[in-house]
Design a protein around this ligand. Structure first.
Ligand SMILES: C[S@@+](CC[C@H](N)C(=O)[O-])C[C@H]1O[C@@H](n2cnc3c(N)ncnc32)[C@H](O)[C@@H]1O
Length: 537
């Protein structure tokens, strides 16, 4: 049985196998379709196993106020309604399994094994994976992966109470292959929570490294958005992988998990991020963003394109694998050590001003996380402004890209939270004088106006980036209403309203330039100095 598709999509076939094709035109930012809304039993949506104690196993929101299932004491819920919904879904069948896991001395099952057990036990889950692509023979040729999967298959059969025979093992291996090829690593845009998501309709969407769509997750639901104009009868594509800078790395990642060679336009011509940005068909949407100068997007201020520089390409190949992982599990000390190492390793990239190329853009992002985590909001705002001007617009040329919208809101929040930094340069060292200089820039701007305009951009693009349920969108709206209730801002309100209605008007553009862009540029100029002073050994 082919999967039931949401309106606006139809199933077509091509050399890529089955795919999703639009039955109507979509505009950039449009929601193409929702998947698993309302929740259905044919979708697997599981939190990562290490997050089980603090995540509701039904709505997938993290909360400390969870109650564990009294049967298995493994999964938890934030409310009785969630517990009941999960019981009607998978938990009635899996509760006993998880009790057995606990009785054997384990705290839970790894996510993949838990998904396998659900497919083995539930006919609705079995039907969902039944028709999916599995590439079993290709996986079998990868001995290391195959052996790992065998261990998972044996565990799944054991806990599902199935006898292990050559046939049942082969069946379990096939399910695991299908799970691997078709499930998403679900990253909740608000919560950063991860897990697994498999929906048989969404699993039909094929990959491109220059996709015309992207997926966001919210609770048990997936939202498919258009990146650009999509014509009726055009195939929808998403990127299965992080936008890695180098073709070889992308191709390896795709081959390892999905077993195909990508021949999208990016791979064919080995385009770098700046070249892709130039080709984005709706650059004019950036007129209403922090980078309204479209010539800069078309002719980036870099020393050379990565594409035409073999030495730099080799640098990226060499440093990407060791400089692109998240530092969230590091201590502050090891974070600094690691950032120093990465800053040094990426020197040829930042010296060529290729700030949007990964992994150097990652290094700025991680430094930002480090400074904001340490309460160094002055440094964080400088790096955030740098990311918003020099990295993200080239990496994600659509102004409603979730990364960009989140980055904007980070600037607004930092502006709202930042406290005064004491000015006393004579007694302070070099690095502290950067903070003092940042403070001087901030003391010359109307921070409430900056927040108001930036939060307005977030509100404008929030639904296209994610949905009207997005936390970032809701928080930006709250921020606007707080600023709106401040007394004595009638003149500013009128000016901002005029700008929002007509951002290209002469007066309005002048206001935006002086009140928003000039300070953002001034703040961003401290970023390289900060990186050098903090991370150059
Ligand atoms: C999630 S499934 C997508 C649906 C799949 N085409 C089908 O018929 O079931 C992923 C698989 O689709 C195929 N695929 C996806 N994108 C592709 C592409 N750009 N080129 C070739 N094959 C692709 C690969 O076989 C990949 O393992």
């Amino acid at each position: 049985m082919p999967p039931t598709l949401p309106p606006g999509l139809t199933l077509t076939t091509s050399p890529r196998g089955r795919g999703l094709t639009a039955t109507q035109a979509f505009r950039p930012g449009d929601t193409i379709a929702l998947f698993n809304d309302p929740p259905s039993s044919s979708t697997l949506a599981l939190p990562d196993s290490h997050q089980l104690p603090q995540t509701c196993s039904w709505c997938l929101s993290p909360t400390t106020d969870v109650r564990a299932c009294t049967g298995c004491r493994t999964v938890s819920y934030c409310a009785l309604a969630c517990q009941r919904a999960d019981w009607r879904g998978a938990h009635k069948a899996e509760c006993k399994v998880l009790q057995r896991v606990r009785a054997e001395g384990h705290s839970g099952l790894p996510g993949t094994v838990r998904a396998l057990v659900q497919v083995l036990l539930l006919s609705s889950s079995a039907a969902a994976v039944g028709e999916l692509e599995g590439h079993v023979d290709a996986f079998r040729r990868d001995m290391a992966v195959w052996r790992d999967m065998e261990v998972q298959a044996l565990a799944g059969l054991h806990y599902a109470g199935r006898e292990t025979t050559p046939q049942s093992l082969a069946g379990a291996m096939e399910i695991l292959c299908k799970l691997r090829v078709n499930s998403f690593d679900r990253l909740d845009a608000d919560l950063g929570e991860t897990g697994m998501f498999l929906n048989p309709a969404l699993a039909m969407v094929n990959h491109s490294c220059v996709p015309n769509a992207f997926v966001q997750f919210s609770g048990r639901k997936a939202i498919l958005h258009a990146n650009q104009e999509i014509a009726k009868d055009e195939e929808i594509t998403i990127s299965y992988i992080e936008p890695m800078p180098h073709r070889t790395q992308r191709q390896e990642a795709l081959k390892r998990r999905y077993h195909f060679d990508c021949n999208c336009p990016r791979c064919e011509d080995d385009l770098d991020v700046y070249q892709l940005c130039r080709r984005y068909p709706h650059l004019e949407l950036n007129s209403f963003s922090l980078v309204p100068d479209l010539d800069r997007l078309r002719n980036p201020p870099i020393r050379r394109f990565l594409h035409s520089d073999e030495t730099l390409k080799q640098v990226v190949r060499d440093v990407y694998p060791t400089c692109s992982q998240s530092l969230q599990d590091h201590t502050p000390e090891t974070t600094v050590k690691e950032l120093k190492r990465r800053w040094k390793a990426c020197e040829p990239l930042w010296k060529s001003e290729l700030y949007a190329v990964d992994p150097i853009s990652h290094v700025f992002t991680e430094a930002n996380v480090y400074f904001s985590g340490n309460g160094n909001f002055a440094y964080s705002i400088a790096i955030s402004c740098f990311l918003a001007l020099h990295c993200e617009p080239f990496r994600f040329p659509m102004p409603f890209a979730p990364h960009r919208v989140k980055g904007l809101f980070m600037i607004a929040k930092l502006l709202a939270n930042i406290g005064p930094i004491p000015l006393n340069q004579e007694t302070r060292g070099a690095s502290e004088s950067i903070g003092a200089n940042i403070s001087q820039v901030l003391s010359r701007v109307d921070q409430a106006t900056m927040c108001q305009v930036i939060a307005s951009l977030v509100v404008r693009y929030g639904p296209a980036a994610h949905s009207a349920e997005w936390q970032v969108y809701g928080q930006a709206k709250d921020m606007l209403s707080d600023i709106g209730s401040l007394p004595g801002r009638e003149l500013e309100d009128t000016t901002i309203r005029a700008f929002l209605v007509n951002p290209k008007g002469v007066e309005e553009a002048r206001f935006f330039e002086s009140a928003i862009l000039t300070p953002i540029r001034a703040l961003s100029q401290f970023a390289l100095e900060i990186m050098a002073s903090e991370f150059s050994s």
